[in-house]
Design a binder for this molecule. Structure first.
Ligand code: NAD
Length: 497
């Protein structure tokens, strides 16, 4: 069986620990390969090589850095089909969605190509008598990215794209469930002319995540995954004096106002709730129709829309979504649906017993729709991360606004309405980091930045955009003068101008 090792010093190397984890093909349910779990000693060796590469890279002028990133962007695009197929085979999402995963990552590389402008720094001529002040954004050194299974192309690129552009070296620790695409992305960076050692992949689990958080040379940790682990990584990395940005789980709400264009809202919510089998941190697993009439009109259109949906293998171009990532995850989703029923929700569509003919061992699960879900139910509070849509009925705008605002997570939210005034007020008052107005999945474009609130993110800096640039750089400010002879200032008084 193929055992995936690590990507260090510009090449794939075998792991030495003897400890591995299985990687499944979610379509068939079979183990297709294994991945080696690194030891702290393997991390040490990678960090040492990254440290060396970073010094030269930080002294490489920004336009040269940008050119390599541009060549990399083109190479990733040229490899799009292979990357998408590799991604689908380990994750299970349909091919078109895997392409989207790669494209949204490439968007960040594209933004990072503009680094000569972004990292220019600031300058004030004549801040005092013949005194000029300028600031520069210096890279941090060696940084690390720890990524989840659900976007194995996009999220690594969010991290290493910005880290490398700004002059850092990056150690990537991909999800152990689907590490092939991140490994290939690191390899392509070298093929595009990227310096050896600058982007490396170390595979592993908790042991290596702990070692990253504790490593004295690693200056910053960017993490994306579930909230408890995000909080843990944040605490451990910052206790060791590192910068950390740790994105966590989500439970995003879609509010439907009585004046919404219902056909459009249903179409949008269908895709946002069930696309990628609901395994997106910006999925919309909760819908909040405002008013009984709105709820009835929503159900009238949503029920047949769910009925018409097609669950199929990743390569099926007609499939709306594919299998979930593992059998364990499939069972946890089914258990959450059962628990919701026990808590008193009405199960209008039951996807628990779905089986795909010819792929009976695959990790497929049909769509489920739960009505009359209430805020006190645990299955409403928890992230299910599967093809399950929960309806929480609200009587008013205020009631609808309160639901996402008081939820433990605050990643994304969407409102469907034709009333600009209501939408504006909603966007202003809702306690959530990313808001969509008639946009179901408001993932910001690469030149804005991505980040939720509350238990959806720990740390201050968002991912990518100018926030990402700030996260991966530290400011140095220089105040200079070139006096002729001696000046008359007193050395004992703080300078005032
Ligand atoms: P996960 O938390 O299980 O794993 C994320 C990373 O943490 C992986 O690299 C994994 O190896 C590592 N890890 C796992 N257990 C650990 C432990 N005990 N100690 C230290 N490290 C550990 O998440 P996942 O299942 O891969 O991904 C799904 C989750 O990620 C969902 O909660 C989803 O909402 C979230 N997510 C959030 C965002 C966001 O930007 N907010 C984006 C995508 C996914």
């Amino acid at each position: 069986m193929n055992v995936i090792g690590h990507f260090v010093d510009g090449k794939r190397v075998a792991g030495t620990s003897g400890r591995t984890k299985d990687i499944f093909n979610p379509n068939t349910g079979q183990v297709q390969s294994q991945v080696s779990m690194a030891t702290p000693a393997e991390l040490d060796a990678a960090v040492a090589s990254s440290e060396k590469a970073q010094i030269a890279w930080a002294n490489t002028n920004p336009q040269k850095r940008s050119r390599i990133l541009f060549a990399y962007k083109q190479l990733v695009e040229a490899n799009m089909d292979d990357l998408a197929a590799m991604l689908s085979s380990e994750h299970g999402k349909v091919l078109a969605d895997s392409r989207g995963d790669v494209i949204r990552g490439v968007d960040v590389i594209e933004f990072a190509c503009g680094i000569p402008h972004g990292q220019k720094g600031e300058h004030t001529y004549g801040a005092g008598p013949e005194i000029d002040v300028y600031s520069m954004r210096k890279p941090l050194g060696v940084v690390a990215g720890i990524t989840p299974f659900n976007f194995p192309a996009m999220i690594p690129m969010w991290m290493f794209g910005m880290a490398i552009a700004t002059g850092n070296a990056c150690i990537l620790k991909p999800s152990e469930k689907d590490p092939s695409v991140p490994m290939r992305l690191a390899e392509l960076f070298v093929e595009a002319g990227g310096p050896i050692g600058l982007l490396q992949c170390i595979n592993g689990d908790k042991e290596i995540v702990d070692a990253i958080c504790d490593h004295p040379t690693i200056k910053a940790v960017s993490f994306v995954g579930s909230s408890d682990i995000a909080q843990y990584v944040y605490a451990r990395a910052t206790a060791n004096g590192k910068r950390a940005q740790c994105m966590g789980g989500a439970k995003n709400h879609g509010i439907i106002m009585p004046d919404a264009n219902m056909d459009q809202a249903v179409k949008d919510i269908l895709g946002a709730a069930f696309g990628s089998a609901g395994e997106r941190c910006m999925a919309l697993p909760v819908v909040v129709p405002v008013g009984e009439g709105t709820a009835e009109r929503f159900l009238e259109k949503m029920l047949p829309a769910i009925e018409a949906m097609k669950v199929g293998v990743s390569e099926d171009p007609e499939a709306d979504y594919g299998p979930v990532v593992t059998g364990v995850h499939k069972e946890s989703i089914k258990a959450q649906v059962t628990k919701a029923v026990e808590e008193g929700a009405d199960l209008l569509v039951d996807g628990r017993d779905f089986s795909l003919q010819g792929y009976e061992d695959g990790f497929f699960i049909g769509p489920s729709l739960l009505d009359n879900v209430t805020a006190d139910m645990e299955t409403y509070q928890d992230e299910i991360f599967g093809p399950v849509l929960q309806i929480v009925r609200a009587n008013s705008f205020e009631e609808a606004l309160k639901l996402p605002s008081e939820h433990q997570y605050g990643n994304g939210v969407a409102i469907f309405t034709q009333n600009g005034r209501a939408a504006r007020e909603f966007a202003d008052r809702v306690e959530v980091g990313m808001v969509g107005i008639n946009v179901p999945i408001p993932v910001p474009v690469a030149y804005h930045s991505f980040g939720g609130w509350k238990r959806s993110a720990f740390g201050d800096a968002n991912q990518y955009g100018m926030e990402g640039l700030r996260f991966y750089t530290k400011v140095k400010t220089v105040t200079q003068r070139w006096p002729e002879g001696e000046t008359e200032d007193s050395a004992f008084i703080i300078p005032t101008f």
